[in-house]
Design a protein around this ligand. Structure first.
Ligand SMILES: Nc1nc2c(ncn2[C@@H]2O[C@H](COP(=O)(O)OP(=O)(O)OP(=O)(O)O)[C@@H](O)[C@H]2O)c(=O)[nH]1
Ligand SMILES: [Mg+2]
Length: 434
C-alpha cells in the first residue's frame, strides 16, 4: 500500500501546452495508442527531446535480432498493442517501444545509432492534444467518513476506492482520473484527517498534509447530515495556510431536507474562505457534473498527464487487497476496522506456462492468496466467525469484486493472522506497507 505519488508526478508541467521539440504540424499526426488500462502503474510521461532523437532506430538496425522478448513479463503482456497499426507501443515504464527486437543493451544501440546518424529517422507519433488542454490535480480531503471516496468514484465513474460506513477506510492516496475532451482532472482521494491515536493515524495525517502542498485545487468534504465540529474547524485552519484554492463540498445532500441543506451551506460559508461551495450527492450522482465544472476552472494549461482512458494507477495487488478489506469491514464494529490490514501474499496463474507444476489447476482460475492481519487473537475469532462462516461470506463478496476487476474467474484463499498492535509498531507498519 505504498503511495506512488512520485512515480506518477507529471514530468513536465508548464503553463503552456508543450511538446518536446515538435511543431504543431508534426503533432497533428495520428494519435498515440496507449496500452489498455492495466494493473501496473504506467507512470506515463512524454519523451524528452533527447529520448526522441537518441532512441534505437529499427530502420537502420535490420540485423538486430537480439532481446526480442518483453522482459517485463506478467502485466505488460496483456496491455501490449501489437496490431501492426504502426502506432507506437509503450513499455511498462511508459517509454515508446520502437521495435520488438530493440531492447538489446544500450551500448549496442548507441554504437548503431552513431553509425547511422544520417539515416532516416523513425517517425515518432506524439499524442495529439489541443493547445488549450488543461490538466492538473485536485486533492479531496475531509474528516473520516465524510464521503470522499464515494465522491471520487462518482466523479471517475468507476469504483477505484473502497468505501464503508466505518471511519478511516481509506489508508493511502488513491488517484482517479476524470477524462474530458479538453481536460484531465486527476483526483487524489486521501485518508480522513483526524486526531491521531496511533502511529498509523499520525502517518495518515502526515500523508494528507504532504499531498496538499502540490495540487491545483483542494476539495474539502463536509457531510450535510452532520453538524460542523472541531474536526472540520481543525481542517479549515490547516487549509487556510495553503495558497491553493479550496472548494467546499457539502456531501450526502440526499440525506437531509432542502431546508437543512440550505442551513448547512450557510454554516459552511461562515466556516472559512472558499473558492466555491457545491452541494452534491455522490450516491445519487447529483451535482457531480457541476462540481467537475468548478474544478475544471482551476486546472492549468498542460499536456495530458495520463493516457486516454486510464482511470487510475492503483496497482492491481493493492486493489485486490482493498476489495478484501472492504468486504471484511462490512458488519464488524468497534475498533476492529482500525485493527484490520490486508495484504496479497501471492497471485499465481495456472494459464501461465512458468507456473505449471507450481499450482494446481482449479479450472484455470487465477489463484489469489490473501492475508487478513488483525491485532489480537480475539479479533481473529470475530473475523473467522462461527464455523468459519463470516470468513466465507467475506471471501464470496470479495471474490465477486476481484473477478469483476480482473475480468476472469478467481480462486480466493483467505488466511487470518495476528500481528500484535501493528498500528503502533513501526516495523509491523513497514511490513504492511505504511
Ligand atoms: N446517503 C449517502 N451516503 C453517502 C454518500 N456518500 C457517501 N455516503 C456513505 O458514507 C459512508 C462513508 O463514505 P466514504 O466514501 O467511505 O467516506 P470517506 O470520507 O472516504 O471515509 P474515510 O476513507 O474513512 O475517510 C459510506 O457508508 C457511504 O456509503 C451520499 O452521497 N449519500
Ligand atoms: Mg475514503
Amino acid at each position: 500500500m505504498t503511495d506512488t505519488a512520485d512515480q506518477t508526478a507529471p514530468a513536465a508541467r508548464d503553463d503552456q501546452p508543450q511538446a518536446p521539440g515538435e511543431t504543431p504540424e508534426e503533432l497533428l499526426a495520428e494519435p498515440l495508442e496507449m496500452p489498455a488500462p492495466g494493473p501496473a502503474p504506467v507512470g506515463f510521461r512524454f519523451p524528452t527531446d533527447a529520448e526522441l532523437m537518441d532512441g534505437p532506430n529499427p530502420l537502420t538496425d535490420p540485423d538486430d535480432e537480439e532481446g526480442g522478448e518483453d522482459e517485463s513479463g506478467d502485466d505488460s503482456d496483456g496491455a501490449d498493442d501489437s496490431d501492426g497499426s504502426g502506432a507506437i507501443r509503450l513499455d511498462a515504464d511508459g517509454f515508446p517501444i520502437l521495435d520488438e527486437d530493440d531492447d538489446a543493451d544500450e551500448s549496442a544501440d548507441a554504437a548503431d545509432t552513431a553509425d547511422s546518424a544520417d539515416s532516416a529517422r523513425v517517425e515518432i507519433v506524439v499524442p495529439d492534444f489541443p493547445e488549450d488542454f488543461r490538466a492538473g490535480f485536485a486533492c479531496i480531503v475531509g474528516r473520516p467518513n465524510a464521503g470522499k471516496s464515494t465522491l471520487t468514484n462518482a466523479m471517475v465513474g468507476a469504483k477505484i476506492a473502497i468505501t464503508s460506513g466505518r471511519p478511516q477506510t481509506t489508508r493511502h492516496n488513491v488517484r482517479g482520473v476524470i477524462h474530458k475532451e479538453n481536460a484531465q482532472i486527476v483526483l487524489v482521494d486521501t485518508p480522513g484527517l483526524h486526531r491521531p491515536r496511533t502511529l498509523l493515524g499520525k502517518r495518515l495525517n502526515d500523508l494528507v498534509r504532504e499531498t496538499l502542498t502540490d495540487v491545483d485545487v483542494v476539495v474539502f468534504c463536509i457531510p450535510a447530515n452532520e453538524k460542523i465540529g472541531p474536526g472540520d474547524r481543525f481542517i479549515t485552519r490547516d487549509l487556510a495556510e495553503l495558497r491553493t484554492p479550496v472548494v467546499a463540498v457539502v456531501t450526502k445532500a440526499d440525506t437531509v431536507t432542502r431546508e437543512a441543506l440550505a442551513a448547512q451551506l450557510l454554516a459552511v460559508s461562515e466556516l472559512g474562505e472558499w473558492a466555491d461551495i457545491v452541494p452534491v450527492s455522490a450516491q445519487r450522482n447529483e451535482q457531480i457534473d457541476v462540481l467537475e465544472e468548478v474544478l475544471f476552472k482551476y486546472m492549468p494549461l498542460s499536456p495530458p498527464l495520463y493516457p486516454t482512458g486510464e482511470i487510475t494507477d492503483e496497482p492491481q495487488q493493492v486493489m485486490i487487497a482493498e476489495l478484501v478489506r472492504e468486504a471484511a469491514l462490512e458488519g464488524v464494529r468497534d475498533e476492529l476496522p482500525h485493527s484490520l490490514a490486508v495484504v496479497v501474499d501471492e497471485i499465481a496463474d495456472p494459464d501461465d506456462e512458468r507456473e505449471v507444476g507450481h499450482i494446481k489447476g482449479a479450472g484455470g482460475r487465477l489463484q489469489v492468496r490473501v492475508s487478513l492481519v488483525v491485532e489480537r487473537d480475539s479479533q481473529k475469532a470475530i473475523i473467522i466467525g462461527k464455523g468459519g462462516r463470516r470468513l466465507k461470506e467475506v471471501g464470496v463478496t470479495a471474490r465477486k469484486g476481484i473477478e469483476k476487476l480482473l475480468g476472469r474467474k478467481v480462486y480466493l484463499d483467505l488466511h487470518v493472522r495476528t500481528a500484535k498492535d501493528w498500528q503502533s509498531d513501526p516495523k509491523a507498519l513497514a511490513r504492511l506497507g505504511f
